[in-house]
Design a protein around this ligand. Structure first.
Ligand SMILES: [Zn+2]
Ligand SMILES: [Zn+2]
Length: 833
């Protein structure tokens, strides 16, 4: 029996045993009280959507986070490492429709299945802090936050354009519109409808969200760039053109006020108020505008409004340039959008690519008003886009640089009252209304008498009704539940109707990581002092696909909570790491490609340790990983080698547990050096570089060295205390990557307590430094000997050492050493005659 155990690594025997032990010990992965005096470390992986099955991308994400958490536990930190479920969303409704299972049941069953998978993988989460966003104990706080935001004017309603499927009678998300048609009704063209929707005023924080990015040095630069572009700040000028013979004014925004003398037309969106007014008594114009509007609508529906073929019509009216008094024609154009900016632009074809194209097409004058600053540059080519120029054909402003002209023209606009310097953002307010069932009900009541009435706090949560029919047709399912809809107005006590929109699920994920710190609080979303202890998150880990929406919304939410006085931090996460994708045969894993590798299969075949360790070993964590089953098998064989080595020498190691080796020499010293070098490398990697693939490779090298010395180890050439240090440290180094094997071997070595509670090994700088190096000595091109010299020896010292070496001495005896060539650190060549 003993013999058999010694030889065979069997994860199927080891892993379930430890799964049970860890599950039975609620303190195993629990955070400690804050009073413990340890430094805190909050490591967080993005919470999954409970689809029912972990995929390899999850396994990779969680293997990275778990290795880090385990390492930090061993470094003596008080670690918070939680997990939860982003559990609202449309798939649950689709499943309900398909399988006739209520969304809640479907979701909770999926959560249970995925939690089993996570436990099988040995991921060290504190399940006492688990957060499930579809349960009322969580979503009541979404409602509470909604009300606080409503009070502060940060939640509001407005009419906006939505994708509407007439067949579904509901709003579709952009992803549900495929080639302009409904994803469920291939023959139905999705319409654009104006609908009153709820919004969060994220734009109130646009500037702060932008500036905060500079301080997020622990975030990947690519994520910060994506957020900067998404926020899209541009500085410019709002300026008003008058309208000849009318009282209206046309407000335009331009980033290039310095080119305004080159404006040869003003272009309005078909829905601009002035167009409506002009068309009211001009049937011909009305008809043409309707056509432009229709083109615009179709382009929007096809999702390529940016690519629209530009059409326009002159209205026959003129706008007045506020600086020059020049009359320029007013056009209506299909590429100008009423919901972007002011719905009007000044067209400067001499200095703008798009305006140039339009002017060419309709023979609108093109005028140069900026000349290149460089006198040798081509003075005739238009459009000239650069701001490195001086004004020409611009009246009193001729000769000014673009930059100076901008400030000068802004000053004039301001003093004369027809404009001002402004900043605009690309960022739009966050539309949170969904005409869906499986989401957080918006805590608002509509009363004919009182208008919008917030649900009083003491009536929260507004519970999502459970037994309801989901048809995905005829609008919001909640609107058909009369118990839900018909309520008493909290103000006038008269009959009123509940809001039937639910919240975007990005609301759920905007603050879930605060709830982890105090998941069972029933009086508030979390206790401020608890959040203050844990925040900001020390390390957040997830996919780069969340670089924009989730990671901007959660930054916004943090700022709102700060302004509500709940927290003190400005940003949710100190450091962010975005791992690469897991691909197979060069393509993203997907059911349709048939290249999905199931984590369960891998665990069944090779064990959880090998699966996790492969996910870390196969590629640097920030790069894509091409899944190769051979590779998993290879890691499994490696763990088998570790198993056999430790089992074979465990008795010797245990014998050395109580003493320390004095002055180890030879093989013992060589192995200790390798051990301490490996420890130093892995420790350093955990501190920032995160090249876990090379960490695993370093452990493999160490194990190779031990294995290569097998005969000498068997002969007892290495003292027992060194064997003890060697094997015990090897197991500790493996613990973040292969926790099951490490736990088992720790026991075998007679280690006390859980491996996770052991201090992380320290490397001895004296041993880490390679203080002697070997240099080959050649005589007349033939290798004669190897000499050992202190690292860093100079050529003279190496030459002396070479000439003093016994074999060299005997080969040169009685001969003349004509020449000695030393390549320091590399080789010595003697030319002997
Ligand atoms: Zn449809
Ligand atoms: Zn009322």
């Amino acid at each position: 029996m003993a013999e058999e155990k010694e030889l065979r690594y069997d994860p199927a025997a080891i892993e379930p045993k430890w799964q049970d032990r860890w599950a039975a010990d609620p303190n195993m992965y629990a955070a400690e009280p804050h009073s413990g005096g340890k430094p805190k470390y909050y490591v967080l992986e993005m919470l999954p959507y409970p689809s029912g099955q972990l995929h390899m991308g999850h396994v990779r994400n969680y293997s990275i986070g778990d290795a880090l958490a385990r390492h930090m536990w061993m470094r003596g930190y008080n670690v918070l490492h939680p997990m939860g479920w982003d559990a609202f969303g449309l798939p649950a409704e689709n499943a309900a429709l398909k399988n006739n299972t209520p969304p809640r049941e479907w979701t909770l069953a999926n959560i249970a299945a995925m939690k089993r998978q996570m436990q099988r993988l040995g991921l060290g989460y504190d399940w006492a802090t688990e957060v499930t966003t579809c349960l009322p104990d969580y979503y009541r706080w979404n409602q509470w936050f909604f009300l606080r935001m409503y009070e502060k004017g940060l939640a509001y309603r407005k009419k906006s354009k939505v994708n509407w499927c007439p067949e579904c009678a509901t709003v579709l998300a952009n992803e549900q519109v495929i080639d302009g048609r409904c994803w469920r009704h291939e023959d139905t063209i999705v319409e654009q409808r104006d609908l009153v929707q709820w919004f969060f005023r994220i734009t109130a924080y646009a500037q702060e969200l932008l500036e905060g990015l500079d301080k997020l040095e622990g975030w990947p630069e690519k994520v910060r760039i994506m957020q900067r572009n998404w926020i899209g700040r541009s500085e410019g000028t709002d300026v008003e053109f008058g309208v000849e013979n009318r009282s209206e004014r046309i407000r335009v925004f331009t980033t290039r006020i310095d080119t305004i003398f080159g404006a040869t037309s003003v272009q309005l969106a078909p829905e601009h108020a002035l167009v409506t007014a002009l068309a009211a008594d001009d049937a011909g114009l009305r008809e043409q505008v309707a056509k432009l509007l229709d083109e615009q609508k179709k382009a929007r529906e096809a999702g390529d409004i940016g690519e629209i073929e530009k059409h326009g019509i002159p209205t026959g009216r003129f706008a007045i340039n506020p600086y020059s008094g020049e009359l320029v024609p007013i056009w209506v154009a299909n590429y100008v959008l009423s919901d972007y900016g002011t719905g009007a632009i000044m067209s400067v074809p001499g200095h703008d690519e798009r305006d140039f194209e339009f002017a060419k097409k309709y023979a609108i004058p093109i005028r140069r008003v900026i000349a290149p600053a460089d006198p040798h540059a081509d003075q005739s080519e238009l459009p000239f886009i650069s701001e490195d120029g001086v004004l020409v054909n611009s009246g009193d402003f001729n000769g000014l640089s673009c930059h100076d002209a901008q400030s000068k023209l802004q000053e004039i606009a301001k003093s004369k009252g027809f404009g001002e310097a402004t900043v605009t953002f690309r960022l739009k307010d966050w539309g949170v209304s969904r005409q869906r069932y499986w989401g957080t009900p918006i805590p608002i009541i509509h009363c004919e008498h009182d208008g919008i009435v917030p649900v009083p706090d003491d009536q929260l949560p507004v519970l999502l009704p459970e037994r309801i029919e989901i048809t995905q047709q005829g609008g919001s399912p909640l609107s058909k539940v009369s118990d839900f809809v018909n309520v008493t107005c909290p103000k006038c006590k008269g009959p009123a109707k509940r809001e039937t929109d639910t919240m975007d699920t990005f609301v759920d994920s905007s603050w879930y990581f605060y709830r982890y710190t105090d998941a069972n609080n029933s009086a508030s979303p979390f206790a401020p002092q608890t959040a203050q202890y844990w925040f900001p998150i020390d390390q957040y880990i997830g996919g780069v696909e969340h670089a924009i929406l989730h990671l901007i919304y959660s930054r916004f939410w943090t700022k709102v909570m700060r302004d509500l006085g709940l927290i003190k931090n400005d940003e949710p996460a100190q450091r962010l790491f975005t791992q690469g994708m897991v691909i197979k045969d060069g393509a993203k894993m997907s059911k349709s490609k048939g290249n999905v590798v199931s984590p369960d299969d891998m665990v069944a075949r090779y064990g959880a340790d090998a699966t996790r360790m492969y996910a870390l070993f196969a590629a640097p964590p920030d790069r894509d990983l091409d899944w190769q089953e051979d590779g998993v098998a290879g890691v499994s064989r490696f763990l088998g080698r570790v198993w056999r080595i430790v089992m074979r020498y465990a008795p010797a190691a245990r014998a050395g547990a109580q003493s320390k080796a004095d002055n180890p020499q030879g093989l013992a010293l060589k192995l200790l050096r390798k051990l301490h070098q490996t420890t130093a490398k892995i420790t350093q990697d955990f501190e920032g570089r995160w090249h876990f693939n090379t960490c695993v490779a370093a452990i493999m090298e160490l194990v190779n060295d031990i294995q290569a010395a097998d005969a000498q180890l068997a002969a007892g050439e290495v003292p027992a205390p060194v064997m003890h240090e060697l094997l015990q440290t090897l197991v500790l180094l493996l613990a973040p990557f292969a926790p099951f094997l490490a736990a088992e071997l720790w026991d075998e070595l007679g280690g006390e307590g859980a491996v996770l509670r052991q201090p992380w090994p320290k490397s001895d700088p004296g041993l880490v430094k390679e203080d002697e190096i070997e240099i080959p000595v050649q005589i007349n091109g033939k290798l004669v000997s190897l000499i050992r010299v202190p690292a860093g020896s100079d050529a003279k010292a190496i030459e002396a050492a070479a000439l003093a070496e016994e074999k060299v001495k005997s080969r040169t005896a009685g001969k003349t050493v004509a020449k000695v060539i030393v390549v320091p650190g590399r080789a010595v060549n003697l030319v002997v005659k």
